[in-house]
Write a protein that binds this ligand. Structure first.
Ligand SMILES: Cc1cc2nc3c(=O)[nH]c(=O)nc-3n(C[C@H](O)[C@H](O)[C@H](O)COP(=O)(O)OP(=O)(O)OC[C@H]3O[C@@H](n4cnc5c(N)ncnc54)[C@H](O)[C@@H]3O)c2cc1C
Length: 474
């Protein structure tokens, strides 16, 4: 079996500057531009760039016979910001790169913004800022649209507006047949629901139509402090989550970074209205002692807030995420922090290490929106909350440290899950975008949702996409 016939067929239907073979300069540049070196080390035979929805349709129709005969498989790449190796790249196959599929259009009358699949959230925020509007998107300006709008996705505004996927009113998608369809709460409703959390399993989404809302500058930034205060910050977070507030977004982290040589606490805090120093954030913003020189709390606009988040993440080095979800229970979160601290010594000498534990909020107001407009497939509902998403993030430099770092992350997550289960605080949900390869996010949505996804897969794509997407998660 060889990928060459598929590549030859693609050469016949696409301009030369849209197909780059392994080893060429343009290929090397594109393949090096993933967030994580783990993803960039994967070498497809060719990278195909598409500029229009028609290009995507042509791509799928052209490679279909080669895929069904299992001569090749392909991966879909948005902005390449998800670190899981193989989720947006494919060894020896064909990677479909969406980054030239550009365009952001705002319909002033309806307030719907239409975003092409190759955009990044920073460009969307820039456009909307001229109209005093905001949208639920990544907290990082560099994030791609697809990864978040097909997986759930937390934004600065999620407490008020829900997950990112729950703010998509229409998806334009190219199915495995090459057919372009639209799905919404009125059209292709099962497919619509499946895309809200179902990831890349159903085709290639080319455009996202999303709700916007009036949004001016807001209060936000970061506060750094010392680890002994972290347990009190956990108490404050749990209290905060139980006290319904739709304008706040509070993330608290404990991290070790080689550059600091010590563990630190970090709060990332937002109050999404034009109010300076809102008292509701005081327990987190005024934590003492803190590293005053790093305190960045200020009035900020959406684009600047997302630029600040983007600047805090490294790229081009080894990056991995793993996650779980628990009930908002202080004892469980404190136990998780202790387990994290106990593992620091094992990894702290790895070159370039950043090892962090972040608690992100899933308040009831967010979870209730999971049922809006036909719902999503995450299996989450308001009655299960408030919840806390636990993200373990690792950056490191050397391949030789892969198994040590990844092993520590896995051991930590398993220990947290075991502990939460024993104390009745466990929740099955795993966020697709933060999952590591040993985790099963789609399975965590529950049997009923998984069955819906599998049925949609058969109905919409005659199982073809399963063959096409070797990295499909269903
Ligand atoms: C600095 C930083 C900040 C982050 N902040 C947030 C945050 O605020 N909230 C949050 O929820 N997550 C956040 N994340 C995680 C983020 O959700 C993921 O990294 C996300 O997957 C990135 O999307 P992407 O399109 O760039 O990813 P890619 O790596 O390009 O793709 C991710 C997955 O989506 C699929 N996909 C992408 N586009 C399409 C499409 N058009 N059609 C079908 N499938 C597609 C790909 O096949 C792949 O499986 C952050 C990550 C970083 C590095």
């Amino acid at each position: 079996m060889s990928v060459n016939p598929a590549v030859e067929a693609l050469k016949q239907v696409l301009p030369a500057d849209q197909l780059h073979l392994q080893g060429t300069d343009e290929f090397n540049k594109l393949n090096a531009s993933y967030l994580s070196a783990l993803e960039a080390e994967i070498l497809p035979a060719a990278i195909v760039l598409v500029k229009t929805t028609e290009d995507v349709s042509t791509f799928l129709k052209t490679i279909k016979p080669f895929v069904t005969s299992r001569q090749t498989a392909f991966a879909i790449r948005g902005a390449g910001q998800q670190p899981l190796p193989g989720c947006a790249n494919i060894q020896g196959g064909i990677t479909l790169d969406l980054t030239l599929l550009r365009g952001v259009e705002l319909d002033i009358d309806t307030g719907i913004v239409s975003i092409c699949a190759g955009e990044r959230w920073g460009a969307v925020y820039e456009k909307l800022s001229h109209h005093g509007l905001g949208v639920t998107g990544s907290r990082s300006a560099k994030g791609g649209i697809g990864g978040l709008a097909l997986a759930g996705g937390l934004s600065f505004f999620s407490t008020r507006e829900g997950f990112i996927c729950d703010n998509v009113v229409t998806y334009e998608i190219v199915l495995a047949s090459g057919e372009v369809v639209k799905c919404s709460a009125d059209d292709n409703t099962d497919l619509y629901k499946s895309l809200r959390g179902g990831g890349n399993n159903f085709g290639i989404v080319t455009k996202y139509h999303m709700k916007t809302f009036k949004q001016g500058p807001f209060w936000g930034g970061s506060v750094f402090y010392y680890p002994p205060s972290f347990p009190d910050q956990i108490d404050a977070l749990v209290h905060h989550l139980n006290d319904a507030q739709v304008e706040t977004h509070v993330m608290i982290s404990l991290f070790f970074a080689a550059q600091f040589g010590a563990a630190l606490g970090l709060n990332q805090l937002y109050y999404t209205r034009d109010v300076e120093n809102p008292p509701i954030l005081d327990p987190f913003a005024k934590v003492q002692p803190q590293l005053e020189q790093y305190n960045s709390m200020r009035m900020i606009n959406l684009k600047d807030a997302a630029d600040e988040q983007a600047s805090m993440s490294a790229s081009g080095i080894r990056v991995a995420y793993a996650n779980t979800t628990v009930k908002a229970d202080a004892a469980t979160l404190k136990a998780a922090a202790e387990k994290f601290t106990a593992r620091l010594d094992t990894v702290k000498d790895c070159k370039g290490i950043v090892f962090s534990l972040t608690f992100q909020p899933y308040p009831v107001s967010l979870l209730e929106k999971c049922l809006s407009a036909g719902g999503n497939v995450t299996g989450l509902t308001g009655s299960s909350g408030p919840l806390v998403s636990i993200l373990v993030l690792m950056n490191w430099e050397n391949k030789e440290d892969d198994s040590k770092v990844l092993g520590v992350a896995r051991g930590l997550l398993e220990a947290i899950d075991e502990d939460a289960k024993a104390s009745g605080q466990a929740v099955p949900y795993k966020y697709l975008n933060y999952a590591l390869d040993f985790q099963d996010p789609i399975g965590s949505y529950g049997a009923e949702n998984k069955l819906l996804l599998q049925n949609i897969l058969k109905l919409e794509t005659s199982e073809l996409i399963l063959l096409m997407l070797e990295n499909a998660s269903l």
